[in-house]
Design a protein around this ligand. Structure first.
Ligand code: NAP
Length: 273
């Protein structure tokens, strides 16, 4: 039987087993997907288990995405740009790493705000951590002409802008006000919003009325940022769809079937939040 996994530490919070086991059952595939607690110190030993053929592959989550990246035998070029992996495939004694967060971001917006990138001229991305790099790669792939990358620590935003090249200009969070009137999309990639925390300096009222606001944080599903955007009548997309869509390529690679992100799956995961 094909076995897949999600590794991280802690790991009990992960919704990935719910997603992949839903698909295994839906498509009648004989396989398993389990959450395995692997602290950073144990990850090298876990890679040896993968190379020995115990698993077909799996997902990697916090805090192991960067370390796993460094341990892979091969990686896809986009994972090399992002410098982190969230999906592993094991074959012939080798571990291949990729990053599907950027596909998750695009799949979520394509499904929930179709046409979101048509004619889009300027985007504001808040946050310059690992997830932000994946979102920036996604935005670049849709040829967005101008991206403002705003972060609490300006040096980190400058490093990311330099690494990824292209139309990305770094700034501080306080520069939101001056950039907002031209922005058609705002993406929150900081961890602000988790457990109800909120921004102090972000005034969404300065955005055009047609702007779309999306948050990659999905606990809670409606973050304070999304609640404010909704109160202003702006369009919003929450971050749960990104989690669901990033899972698609891994399932296909391990179990040979492209799964569908259905309303039923979303309800199942939403109910568990
Ligand atoms: P990370 O690498 O630790 O980056 C965290 C970012 O948040 C940095 O830009 C950091 O700014 C900023 N930040 C944290 N606390 C802040 C504060 N009090 N004020 C201002 N900025 C603050 O984390 P990550 O891996 O990128 O993940 C970010 C969030 O995205 C997490 O909540 C994660 O759960 C979520 N996520 C969701 C999905 C999904 O599928 N929906 C996928 C990946 C990640 P500094 O640089 O100044 O520290």
């Amino acid at each position: 039987m094909k076995r897949a996994f999600v590794i991280g530490h802690p790991i009990t919070h992960s919704r990935s087993p719910l997603i992949h086991n839903y698909w295994l059952k839906l498509y009648g595939i004989k396989g398993s997907y389990e959450a395995i607690d692997v602290p950073s110190d144990d990850i090298e030993a876990f890679f040896e288990r993968m190379r020995a053929g115990e698993f077909v592959g799996g997902n990697v989550t916090i805090p192991n995405k960067e370390l796993a990246y460094s341990l892979c035998d091969e990686r896809d070029p986009l994972a090399e740009t992002i410098c982190a992996v969230n999906t592993l495939e094991c074959s012939g004694g080798l571990v291949f790493g990729s990053n599907t967060d950027y596909l998750g971001f695009l799949g979520n917006l394509d499904q929930n705000a179709p046409g979101w990138d048509k004619g889009l001229k300027e985007v504001i991305v808040l946050g310059a951590g690992g997830a932000s790099r994946a979102v920036l790669v996604a935005l670049k792939s849709r040829n967005i002409p101008s991206i403002r990358l705003l972060n609490r620590t300006i040096e980190k935003a400058e490093d990311v802008a330099m690494d990824l090249e292209g139309p990305i200009r770094a700034g501080r969070l306080a520069e939101f006000a001056e950039n907002a009137p031209n922005a058609g999309l705002v993406v929150n990639c900081t961890s602000i919003g988790m457990h109800g925390s909120s921004f102090e300096d972000i005034d969404l009222g300065r955005l055009p009325k047609t702007a779309l606001v999306t948050d990659i944080v999905y606990t809670p599903l409606v973050t304070p940022l999304l609640a404010e955007a909704q109160a202003l009548g702006l369009r919003t997309v929450d971050g749960l769809g990104m989690l669901l869509h990033q899972a698609v390529p891994g399932f296909k690679a391990w179990f040979g079937k492209t799964p569908e992100v259905t309303a039923e799956l979303r309800q199942l995961v939403e109910a568990s939040l």
